[in-house]
Ligand binder design. Structure first.
Ligand code: FES
Length: 275
C-alpha cells in the first residue's frame, strides 16, 4: 500500500508499507476490558488465601461419624492426622509448617499453576502481559516460555499424571465416606457434595490439554485406533469447557472443604438420608 493512501472508511491516512500505525492511545477498546482481569485477581487471590489458611489449620478436616475427609487434607499422611482419616498411613512429621496433605498439595498447585488456562488467566491479570486483547503489554520485554523460570510451564503433562493419581485418591475417599453413624452404610448431603466434587475434578482433569494430547497424539491415523479416537473425541468435547471447569472446580473444592469443616467443627449437622 503506497504512502498517502486513505482509509476507505474513516478517510484517515494509512501508514506506509513496513511501518506500524501511529496510534498514541494505549488502546482503542471502548468496552470494560479490565473487568475480566480484575475479577480474576480478586477471585484467585481470595481462593488462594482460603486454601492457605485451611491447609495449615490442621483441624476440622475429618468427620469421624461419617468418614468425610476434605480434599484439602487428602491423603492425610502426617503423624498429627486422626488415625481413621489416614487411609494411606502416617509418616510425615507433625509440624505446624507442614500441611497434613503435604505430599499432594504441591502437585495440585503446580498442576493448576502450569495449566494452559490458568497461565492465560494470571499472565493477563497479575502480570498484565498483556491484560487483554488489543491492550498493550505492561512489560517492555517478552521472552515467552523458552527460558527459566517460565520454561517450567512445559512440565505440565507430568503434573497431569500426578493430578490423575490424586483424583483416584479423592474418588477412594468419596467411596469410603458412604459410612453411617455407628458403622455400616450411610448417606448424607456430605456424600452428595463429595461425589459431585470428585466428578467435576475428573472432568477438569480429563479436559486438560495434555490429557487430550496423551490420548490422541502421536498417532498416524485414528482409523486403526477406534477406542483412542472415541476417548479423544470425548476429552476434546470436555476440553472446550476447560476454562469453565477450572473455575467450577475451584468452587466445588471450596464448598466441599467448607461443608466438611462446618460439620467437623459442629457448626452445622450433616443432612442425613440414610444412616
Ligand atoms: S491444560 Fe489446564 S489442566 Fe492441563
Amino acid at each position: 500500500m503506497a504512502s498517502g493512501t486513505l482509509d476507505t472508511q474513516t478517510g484517515t491516512p494509512l501508514p506506509a508499507t513496513g511501518t506500524r500505525a501511529d496510534i498514541r492511545a494505549r488502546t482503542l477498546r471502548t468496552d470494560r476490558w479490565w473487568q475480566a482481569p480484575l475479577l480474576t485477581v480478586v477471585l484467585l487471590t481470595a481462593w488462594l488465601l482460603y486454601g492457605l489458611v485451611r491447609a495449615f489449620m490442621q483441624k476440622w478436616y475429618w468427620v469421624a461419624d461419617y468418614h468425610y475427609l476434605t480434599p484439602f487434607y487428602s491423603p492425610c499422611i502426617s503423624t498429627g492426622c486422626e488415625p481413621e482419616a489416614a487411609h494411606f498411613g502416617r509418616f510425615l512429621p507433625d509440624w505446624p509448617i507442614l500441611p497434613f496433605a503435604a505430599l499432594t498439595l504441591p502437585f495440585l498447585l503446580l498442576f493448576r499453576l502450569t495449566c494452559y488456562y490458568y497461565r492465560r488467566a494470571y499472565y493477563r491479570s497479575y502480570w498484565a502481559s498483556p491484560p487483554a486483547c488489543a491492550v498493550p503489554d505492561l512489560h517492555k520485554r517478552y521472552t515467552g516460555e523458552t527460558r527459566f523460570p517460565l520454561i517450567v510451564q512445559n512440565s505440565h503433562r507430568y503434573f497431569f499424571y500426578a493430578a490423575a493419581l490424586i483424583s483416584l485418591i479423592n474418588t477412594y475417599d468419596a467411596i469410603l465416606a458412604f459410612h453411617g453413624k455407628g458403622g455400616g452404610f450411610g448417606f448424607g448431603l456430605g456424600n452428595v457434595i463429595l461425589v459431585g466434587n470428585v466428578i467435576l475434578l475428573w472432568a477438569y482433569t480429563a479436559s486438560c490439554h495434555s490429557c487430550r494430547h496423551i490420548i490422541g497424539g502421536r498417532l498416524r491415523n485414528f482409523s486403526r485406533h477406534p477406542l483412542r479416537y472415541r476417548a479423544w473425541g470425548l476429552v476434546s468435547r470436555l476440553n472446550t469447557q476447560h476454562m469453565q471447569l477450572a473455575w467450577i472446580t475451584l468452587g466445588t473444592l471450596m464448598i466441599t472443604d467448607a461443608y466438611i469443616m462446618a460439620v467437623a467443627a459442629g457448626w452445622i449437622s450433616d443432612l442425613r438420608f440414610v444412616g
